[in-house]
Design a protein around this ligand. Structure first.
Ligand code: PLP
Length: 394
């Protein structure tokens, strides 16, 4: 016998992967330049130069036994101390090395944190639209995902609706800002309203409600928008961070979970996160990538390139009659389906060789996600196709 739930997860490709495979096939048929693939969130801007030069230096100067060896399970202590120092300087925090658990990207930070904090039969609130893997990660814990739609007018958190969804089984809420798929950055007043409400609920329900801040896009913001640092607003916070997007290293797999030192039962929660990582078989995060981090903290891929793509798309799509949600961060644009049906919109876009992801799997029907982490030339080449797509609805 095999685990049927796991088999079906493996057999069913995600909608995004499905589209990516379709795109590969179509490119072979009609030529790569004629297919406008906006399906995947794979950064197109290269890693900052110092990433490669520091990796080369480490490989030539440091002992390979140390560079490639196991680190302690929670991560190399000097690496964690350097990150703590950076977080304190950048966000005015007061964390130390022992608040960090180094992980294989944000995905592993999320699975370790959820496994640590959520028990079978409990519930996790997820404002929608949301990153579809949350559902897989939450259900693996034997817990239930509770989707709460964001405010339809501006995609801010609907704090009243979240409050109404909380009950004695609520273990956690996942907040992703800058957001995939909307590009929304939740403003400070929205975060204050949320965390004030959560604190009250913790008191009335006599249990912690953990705030899981999923932040792989923290540094990818535009027009000087500020992303509130959630540990500053709420003690029971775990930050799940990744260098996948800020350093354009998604295939290398490096990130961390930061457990707020002011967390209720900090020691137990930290131990539970480490224990969950152990039970999931992570052993330790990639050693070479850990050793790179102290030398590249504060560096970021060139956001100006994503910003150029963002502006070009917003302006042109508006001209063509396609409504979008203005992104303040990340590298996704949320397009409103003119027919109100996301599947119909994405199928019609395919006829113009434009690949968009229907929004239904993000828990928010009626839209499509466009990943603009592509070469600007691809967008320029796609503009006539977008124009024709917009006109086809008139
Ligand atoms: N969370 C969100 C919102 C994402 O968009 C992604 C990746 O696209 C992840 C988590 C996973 O990131 P990582 O590659 O660091 O595991």
């Amino acid at each position: 016998m095999i685990n049927e739930k796991m088999r079906s997860l493996g057999a069913k490709r995600s909608v995004i992967r499905e589209l990516f495979e379709y795109g590969k096939q179509r490119k072979a048929e009609i030529g790569a330049d004629n297919v406008f693939d906006f399906s995947l969130g794979n950064p197109s801007v290269p890693a900052p130069e110092c990433v490669n030069s520091e990796l080369k230096r480490l490989l030539s100067e440091e002992s390979s036994v140390i560079l490639h060896g196991y680190t302690s399970a929670q991560g190399d202590v000097a690496v964690r101390a350097a990150i703590a120092d950076y977080v304190n300087k950048t966000h005015g925090e007061d964390v130390n090395a022992d608040c960090f658990y180094m992980t294989v990207g944000a995905a592993a930070a999320l699975t370790s944190t959820l496994t640590a904090l959520v028990c079978e039969g409990e519930e996790v609130i997820v404002p929608s639209p949301y990153f579809p893997e949350y559902k897989v990660f939450i259900e693996r814990c034997g817990a239930k995902i509770v989707e709460v739609p964001c405010d339809a007018s501006d995609f801010n958190l609907d704090v009243q609706a979240i409050e109404a969804a909380i009950n004695g089984k609520t273990a956690a809420i996942i907040i992703n800002s800058p957001n995939n798929p909307t590009g929304k950055v939740f403003p400070e007043e929205n975060i204050i309203a949320l965390t004030d409400m959560l604190r009250k609920k913790e008191t009335t329900l006599c249990r912690p409600i953990y705030l899981i801040a999923d932040e792989p896009y923290r540094e990818l913001v535009y027009d000087g928008v500020k992303v509130p640092y959630l540990t500053k607003y709420y003690n029971d916070t775990v930050v799940c961070y990744s260098y996948s997007k800020s350093l354009s290293l998604p295939g290398e797999r490096i990130g961390y979970a930061l457990i707020s030192p002011r967390m209720t039962d900090f020691v137990s929660v930290y131990q539970a996160v480490c224990g969950a990582g152990r039970a999931l078989g992570f052993v330790c995060a990639p050693s070479l990538l850990q050793k790179l981090l102290p030398h590249v903290l504060g560096e970021c891929s060139d956001v100006a390139i994503y910003d150029k793509n963002r502006r070009l798309l917003i302006d042109r799509l508006a001209e063509y009659g396609i409504e979008t949600v203005k992104p303040e961060g990340a590298f996704y644009l949320f397009l409103k389906s003119p027919s109100g049906d996301s599947g119909e919109f994405c199928e019609r876009a395919k006829k113009y060789e434009i690949l968009l992801v229907p929004s239904d799997d993000f828990g928010c029907p009626g839209y499509a996600r466009l990943a603009y982490c592509v070469k600007t030339e691809q967008i320029e080449r796609a503009l006539p196709a977008f124009k024709a797509l917009g006109e086809s609805y008139k």
